[in-house]
Design a protein around this ligand. Structure first.
Ligand SMILES: NC(=O)c1ccc[n+]([C@@H]2O[C@H](COP(=O)([O-])OP(=O)(O)OC[C@H]3O[C@@H](n4cnc5c(N)ncnc54)[C@H](O)[C@@H]3O)[C@@H](O)[C@H]2O)c1
Length: 444
């Protein structure tokens, strides 16, 4: 059953993926859909893994699971993927993930998706519908509607899932949650999150010049479900982050990392109102900087809280509690409590401290109550596939609403209007904002 409140466009996308007919032609490439294929636990042998997107971050992701059986590697650019290909010479190589999944179906237990953001959903949805366990890079998807559909499909197909927000496996993320739960800084009513991204071009006009794609790059497949657009070196690799058609800007790059500890520790759930102030940007190119305010109501014994996000040209105010001789980190998180302040420098909540440092030195405890992740973020997913743990730490039941929060910030940026959000019905109170909750898809 699809989500009853999703718009027709997103529902069509899900149906297309599920039945594998209209969205991904030609039909001979598609998996013969078997009703409700569910993920099977893998025990007593290595896990057979396929990768979609093998260069770039895919190189790291495959390296993290190199002890398993890497059976298939897909990339639209064999040159960019060459190092990974060379690391796994026995893995079969593909340019199209649909061909790979259909041809290698019986030999694949699990799929990792490390493509640019706009292709996370199509590849992951197809894999899930085929009963494959999935690890998907962050942000989980390109739109809010996609995130919701993907999480629902994962539940339906009972597959082990993990979003690659690796900071969620860190000690620091657990410490913040334990300190806040123990009342170390009292009630938290304001959080500041920030990043030095974008570190790639944004706030630029759409290039008009036509360029030939590199001979090794299959540009049509790179574009995938996105509208057709002639190749330009301003788009790929890596720089797609700054273009709305494929990336999610600074928020997409860092939101699911930098927001993670506050999302978990404060049990934020869904914001009720989101607003943004931006510097520049246009219909295609993300802004030079943004400041986003998420308003969360009182919940689970905690007071209402405003979470503020800053990137690029917009940066947070320096906290009064930070000693004058200490530099403001380039990215991080600050939790303002009624009794104290936590600051975590860096992108992944590696080393949270109470500020000033004297407060940190005075803090006694709190007890470590949360389970740690000894096998790392990818290892944690592998353990879930083996049935050694019930679920991975950033499985889609967790990662979906976190991604939803991040992407709602982009909805505020792109629509230019503040809006109220109803997470249950996936509705904004402003049509300008609602227009960005999902999108249309190109048949490629
Ligand atoms: N978790 C992290 O810390 C982290 C770090 C870097 C990147 N990422 C994420 O990884 C993903 C990829 O980012 P990147 O910097 O590696 O990008 P990239 O431009 O290097 O692309 C990654 C690889 O995917 C290939 N590719 C592109 N489209 C494809 C398709 N349709 N099918 C198969 N292969 C395709 C590219 O050719 C390239 O080899 C993004 O979602 C990004 O957010 C996460």
């Amino acid at each position: 059953m699809q989500h009853p409140t999703l718009t027709r466009r997103a529902s069509l996308m899900a149906t297309a993926c599920a039945t594998a007919t209209t969205l991904f032609p030609p039909a001979r490439l598609m998996a013969a859909p078997k009703p409700l294929r569910t993920g099977e636990l893998v025990t007593g042998r290595k896990i057979s893994i396929a990768a979609v997107g093998s260069g770039g971050r895919g190189k790291f992701d495959t390296g993290q699971v190199a002890g398993e059986n890497i059976v298939a590697l897909c990339d639209v650019d064999f040159e960019r993927a060459s190092e990974t290909f060379n690391s796994f010479p026995d893995a079969k190589r593909f340019r199209d993930f649909r061909e790979m999944l259909v041809e290698m179906d019986d030999q694949i237990d699990a799929v990792m998706v490390s493509t640019p953001d706009h292709m996370h959903f199509p590849a992951a949805m197809m894999a899930i519908e085929m009963g494959k366990h999935v690890l998907v890079q962050k942000p989980l998807t390109h739109t809010v509607a996609e995130a919701r559909l993907l999480a629902e499909a994962a539940r339906r197909h009972k597959v082990a899932t993990q979003m690659a927000n690796q900071g969620h496996s860190n000690e620091g993320t657990r410490l913040v949650k334990e300190w806040i739960a123990a009342g170390a800084i009292g009630e938290v009513r304001e959080v500041h999150l920030w990043t030095n991204r974008p570190i790639w071009p944004q706030n630029i006009p759409l290039p008009q010049e036509r360029m030939a794609p590199p001979p090794t790059l299959d540009w049509n497949r790179w574009l995938g479900v996105a509208p057709f657009r002639p190749y330009n070196e301003a788009y790929a690799p890596f720089k797609w982050r700054g273009w709305w058609e494929w990336g999610c800007g600074a928020m997409g790059d860092m939101g699911c990392h930098v927001m993670d500890a506050s999302y978990w520790a404060l049990e934020l759930g869904a914001p009720v109102r989101v607003s943004a102030n931006v510097d520049g940007g246009n219909e295609f190119s993300c802004p030079a900087g943004s400041e986003i305010t998420y308003e969360f109501p009182a919940r689970k014994g905690m007071p209402a809280v405003n979470v503020k996000w800053f990137d690029g040209t917009r940066q947070p105010p320096r906290p009064e509690a930070l000693e004058a001789d200490r530099e403001m980190p380039k990215g991080g998180q600050i939790f303002y409590g009624s009794k104290g302040t936590i600051m975590a420098a860096g992108d992944y909540c590696e080393s949270p401290r109470l500020i000033p440092e004297s407060a940190m030195k005075e803090m006694v405890g709190p007890p470590k109550t949360l389970e740690r992740v000894p096998d790392g973020h990818h290892g944690n997913w592998l353990r879930a596939i083996r049935g050694e743990i019930e679920a991975s730490v950033s499985n889609f039941d967790y990662a979906e609403p976190l991604t939803e929060m991040a992407l709602l910030g982009n909805v505020a940026i792109r629509s230019g209007v503040p809006f109220k959000w109803d997470s249950k019905t996936l509705r904004c109170d402003r049509p300008e904002a609602q227009a960005f909750i999902d999108k249309t898809y190109r048949v490629f």
